[in-house]
Structure formats: C-alpha cells, structure tokens
Design a protein around this ligand. Structure first.
Ligand code: 5RP
Length: 300
C-alpha cells in the first residue's frame, strides 16, 4: 500500500504552458457536454467531421425490404466499412453480433406501415432501453407539412429531451410526404426546424439546385439519405455533390445494400466522403472491388 509520507512532490506541472482547450470542430456542437461530444465524435470522424452511416432500418415500416431479408447474412459483412449503423432495436438484438464495435444510431420512432398514412408515428423506444443497448444516437422521423406534423415534432422534442438527460444525441430524419416536393425551399424549412427544435444532426435528401443553401441554413450537420436505388454512377455523383455542397456525409441504405456488390459500393462511397475522390475515380474503385469480390465468390 502506498505510504502517504513517502509521496513525492509532483514536478511536471508545466506552469508556463496554458491548459489546452481545443475547439470541437463538428458544426454547431462546440457548446455540448463531454458525453454528447464523445458520442458525436464516434459517428463523425474527428479528422474531417464526416461520416458514412449505413441505414438498415427500413423494416420498421416496410417489412423485409429487398437486401434486408437476412440482415445477419447481408449486412454484418458491411459493418466494418461503415462509421455507424442506423438500425431498429429488434434487428440489432436479433441479427447483429454484440461484438460489433461501431456506433449505433437507434431508430426510435415508428408505429405505421406502408399500408397506412406514413406520418402517423409515435416514439417506439424507451430511453432506458436505448441506454441498455448502448445506443450512440437516437433517430426520429419528422414530417413537416405532413398530416401528423404536430405529433412528429412532439416525438422529436421528447426524444431530444430524453437523450439530453443521458448525453445521447438525436438525429432528426425529414420524412417527406408524397404530396410534398423535395426542393431547397421545403428541405431548408424542414432541416432548420429540426435543428431549432434540438436535433443534434439531421438526415435529409439531396436536392438540386439549392442544396448548398439548405446546408448553410442548418446550424448542425446534415447527412443525406440515398433514397430509391439509383445506378451506381448516379449514387456516387449525388454523394460527391452533397459533401461538396456542405453535407457532413451520408446515411445510405438501398443504394448500398441493393447493389450487386454492396461491399464494393460502401467502399466507393467512403472514397468519395472520406477520400475526396471524384465520382469517376470512386466508380473505377467500385468496378475493381466488384470483380475481386466476384472472383473470390467463384473460388469458393
Ligand atoms: C425513412 C428512412 C429509412 O428507413 C432509411 O434510413 C432511408 O435510407 P435510404 O433512403 O438511403 O435507403 O430514414 O425515411
């Protein structure tokens, strides 16, 4: 046991060196508490404040979506290339190995199906369960201009308050009803409202023209959804334009897991978001990784 009388006087106090107080560079996040910043730094790389999130939460309203029929088989191998995984608690508990060491952005709203009015959501995860699952962030859909706009804003506010109590950030997802247009005016309104109401980052759609204005008008980071499956060159070009216009990255689902070669595609998306590659170079990478993937499949 250490003897208090033998304790040496400390020498290395560096009295002439002011204590470091680095700025937290993620947009709009410098005034947050330590735990919140630490969780955000797990999702957004501290090197460039960008992220490649993999979204596999589609089953919460549309059941066994193409590419997600067996999450354990098709998604688990992709996780190594993602910065974070956006997923429901049911899929996480049933299909993802707990040894997985990537941050989880937990889908926490739902309550409707593709057969009904999509904006009719409620909170679907208790904050205690989110803590139990070691969620790094919570995700909630907000339907600005939708039939249940008011209730969905209520869900966002409640989730932000619950998350704040535990230092867990919230990602608002701008759900756009069929009757609404995904243009800069609408997305600017929706994303700004989500940030003002307390979301720590926002998932939205890319739009042209005007996405740079949408991103500049939102005081917290934006990540873009991929949307419906596009040909690979178009999906890579969209990711490239989004990050160049101010997005902090992507939260992409179908444009990765519905590709012929999802492992190649997620690496190509990373090359655009983190490697600053052009879409053309990223497409070359996709094709070369795809043929290697195919060759190794034939070899089995
Ligand atoms: C619904 C969602 C999705 O469930 C999903 O995350 C969308 O991802 P993608 O459009 O890239 O397939 O957020 O709005």
């Amino acid at each position: 046991m250490a003897d208090a009388q033998e304790m040496q006087d400390g020498k290395n106090f560096y009295p002439d060196v002011p204590q470091s107080c680095p700025e937290f560079l993620l947009k709009g996040s410098n005034s947050l508490d330590w735990g919140m910043k630490n969780r955000l730094a797990r999702i957004f790389s501290p090197d460039n404040c960008r992220t490649v999130m993999l979204a596999v939460d589609h089953g919460y309203f549309q059941g066994p979506t193409t590419g997600l029929e067996r999450i354990d088989i098709t998604i688990t191998p992709l996780i190594q290339y993602a910065d974070a995984l956006m997923i429901t608690r049911g899929a996480l508990r049933s299909s993802i190995p707990p040894e997985m060491n990537k941050p989880v952005v937990l889908r926490s709203s739902g309550g409707q199906s593709i057969l009904k009015e999509l904006s009719n959501e409620r909170i679907t995860v208790d904050i205690e369960d989110a803590v139990r699952l070691n969620a790094t962030a919570l995700a909630v859909q907000v339907y600005i201009g939708g039939v249940h706009e008011h209730e969905s804003i209520g869900n966002l506010v409640e989730i932000v308050d619950n998350g704040n109590r535990h230092g867990i950030p919230t990602m608002a997802v701008t759900g756009v009803g069929k009757e609404l247009v995904r243009d800069a005016k609408y997305l600017g309104l929706a994303t700004r409202m989500c940030a003002e109401l307390g979301a720590h980052f926002v998932k939205t759609y890319y739009c042209e023209p005007g996405f740079a204005r949408v991103a500049a008008g939102c005081p917290v980071p934006l990540v873009i959804a991929g949307g419906k499956k596009l040909p690979e060159p178009e999906a890579l070009a969209m990711a490239y334009r989004a990050v160049n216009d101010g997005a902090a990255g992507v939260d992409m689902g179908r444009n990765i897991f519905q590709c012929e070669a999802p492992m190649a595609m997620i690496q190509a998306v990373r090359a655009v978001v983190h490697g600053e590659e052009t879409p053309e170079k990223a497409l070359d990478l996709y094709h070369s990784l795809k043929s290697t993937e195919e060759r190794s499949q034939y070899a089995q």
